[in-house]
Design a protein around this ligand. Sequence first.
Ligand SMILES: [Zn+2]
Length: 231
Amino acid sequence: MVKLGKRSAALVALVASSAGPLHASGTMLLCPDRDIAVTSTSPESAVLACNYAMQAKTRIVACGLDQNRPIQIFIEDRIAHDFADCLATYDCSDDVIRVTDPVSLSDRLEEENPYRVLPVNGLFQALISHEMAHALLEQSSSGTDLAFVDHEYVAAAMELDSLDQEWREALIDAAPVSLPPKAELISAMIYEIDPRKFATNAWRYFNAETDGCERIRRIADGDFSFSKQPR
Ligand SMILES: [Zn+2]
């Protein structure tokens, strides 16, 4: 999930089965990749979401994760969650992604949110890439009880990796981390304090590895967890 505020109940995000009834308003568009469908009142937003979801899937699949079940994306004006207001969510119980409509996104961001440096389409792409990573990690890890921090690590790394370099650098500059990337900084506590700095460190850590995708595959297989590393 991608929250609006810095401090909210992130640790409950992955049991996000209670985000309320589906808002099925709008028309469903089956994407060219027919395992992804988008429902929106805006045909333009639906096409954009298809394209960003397919781009993200290509990147994530290249890293060794798979899509095993269809994914539905609902574009909504506002995503009210039981525990926090969100810009986007993924619900693992029914493989549904909800993402805020691009026309509403800038109104929903707090003044100091680093996402403000992105153009609206860049933010829309970031949110969809983030939730697609959650979805494909969940679908690729059947039988593995994934830790929250591992889910957010994969989502953050794939979100930033899916963006154009210009947008990625702008977002990283807006949430800078002066320390070199290290596993000690990939923790649920740091995510709670500042999810964008968590993301900056996650993407740098992913890129500093000889094969960042290998760690993602090990997380999916249950062979590695940041939650079990010494602090
Ligand atoms: Zn997330």
